[in-house]
Write a protein that binds this ligand. Structure first.
Ligand SMILES: NC(=O)c1ccc[n+]([C@@H]2O[C@H](COP(=O)([O-])OP(=O)(O)OC[C@H]3O[C@@H](n4cnc5c(N)ncnc54)[C@H](O)[C@@H]3O)[C@@H](O)[C@H]2O)c1
Length: 383
């Protein structure tokens, strides 16, 4: 069987996402499975070139995984023969110039979200990429989670009747870094470094709502910086200049109302770190990362409000589990494989820089809606 190598410049692989989800669970996992078989039988073999700021970290990472291509010099990496794709998992504020350089070098580009700090930057990148004739894509991992795939299956199958509303709960407690280390990087809490939960999460909510439920038409949001001071990776206190919680209301096509809470300052009393309840005239569903449970109209109990008596019904027990009916691979890997096919054999790929820009648009409008205390329309983005 013919084998074709494809060089991928991977920037930011020493970070949380770059390492675990993209290098380890996607690119190295594809190599472990023997490569990616294309429609014509050719096996595509990803050859990562690791890029980062710390020589020591890169060397250690490369050695650990038996890789030999790494550098701290992005320009040099982009010139290496055989490199066709640039991938970016750096902190958000470092993304734009790096992607510009990659486009100028003629590479196809796949990147973590958010595509850029603001809509103008995101659209500029999308246009630049189109003009250069390169392939482009943005990570939209939640679409490939088992729970949301099952939810989408229910929507497509007409389970809900008319969808009325969506309620999303995302979040967990992120330690302040004083008496226990924080489990997220400190730049997340500094607006000047591209941090903030609205910028981070509204990109996700945009593609989740648009793709799984219905297109988003307006946004209202209230953000908050509940914890004003945290302690960074070096043990130094710093001021939190970005929002750590956001309370959003979105109107979708068809009059559907979605309310989503996003918080790094809440303690989990849920089954999963994100859950969406969708209520429709014919039935309801609760979907998380992996599970999805439903209650059909015909199986709906008739509770009567009486605070004088203890609850007599096991409400959770009245829901049914939606079966997998298929095998779910890691969502990041699934999308990587689709992007690789898009580059190598022109397979369709819907999540391009314009889709990424729509995410940035919702975040930007969310911040504006919060600042101005208004409900804002979300206009269509033209190519
Ligand atoms: N798809 C998802 O679910 C998801 C989840 C978390 C983060 N992300 C995105 O992934 C990107 C990386 O986030 P992360 O949580 O892995 O961050 P991280 O802090 O763990 O990693 C950041 C990476 O950027 C590099 N970097 C470049 N310039 C830097 C600078 N000036 N300061 C600090 N680091 C710098 C670091 O070396 C590191 O490799 C962000 O854009 C974030 O929005 C996506």
């Amino acid at each position: 069987m013919a084998r074709r190598s494809i060089g991928i410049v991977m920037n930011g692989v020493t970070g949380r996402m770059g390492y675990r989800q993209h290098l380890l669970r996607s690119i190295l996992a594809i190599r472990e499975q023997g490569g990616l078989t294309l429609a014509d039988g050719t096996v595509l073999w990803p050859e990562p070139v690791l890029v980062g700021r710390s020589e020591d970290k890169l060397r250690a990472l490369a050695e650990k995984h038996g890789l030999d291509a790494w550098t701290t010099d992005l320009a040099e990496a982009l010139e290496r023969p055989g490199t066709e794709i640039y991938f970016d998992a750096q902190i958000t504020s470092a993304r734009l110039p790096a992607i510009r350089a990659a486009i100028a070098a003629g590479k196809h580009v796949y990147t973590e979200k958010p595509l850029a700090d603001d809509l103008e930057g995101a659209l500029a990148l999308a246009r630049l990429a189109d003009e250069a004739g390169i392939r482009h894509g943005v990570v939209q991992d939640k679409l490939f989670l088992p729970g949301l795939r099952k939810l989408k299956r229910l929507v497509d199958g007409g389970f809900f009747g008319r969808i009325l509303s969506v309620r999303g709960e995302f979040g967990y407690w992120v330690f302040e870094g004083d008496w226990q280390d924080a489990q997220r990087p400190s730049w997340n809490y500094r607006a000047e470094d591209g941090g903030g939960i609205i910028v981070d999460m509204f990109c996700h909510w945009r593609y989740v709502l648009d793709n799984v439920i219905a297109p988003v038409r307006s946004v209202q949001a209230l953000g908050a910086t509940h914890i004003p001071e945290r302690v960074d990776e070096d043990g130094k206190p710093y001021d939190c200049t970005a929002d750590d919680a956001a309370y959003g209301i979105f109107e979708l096509d068809g009059g559907i109302i979605a309310q989503i809470n996003s918080s790094w300052t809440t303690r989990v009393f849920r089954d999963e770190l994100v859950e969406f309840q969708v209520d429709g005239t014919e039935g309801s569903a609760v979907a998380g990362l992996r599970r999805c449970r439903v209650q059909h109209r015909s199986m709906t109990p008739k509770p009567v409000w009486n605070p004088d008596l203890p609850a007599t019904e096991d409400f959770r027990g009245q829901w049914q589990e939606v079966p997998d009916n298929e095998e779910f691979d890691n969502g990041f890997k699934v999308q990587w494989e689709m992007f690789l096919r898009h580059v190598a054999e022109d397979a369709p790929f819907d999540w391009d820089f314009y889709a990424g820009a729509r995410g940035v648009q919702l975040a930007e409008l969310g911040l504006k809606a919060w600042r101005e205390g208004r409900r804002l329309d979300v206009p269509e983005l033209n190519r």
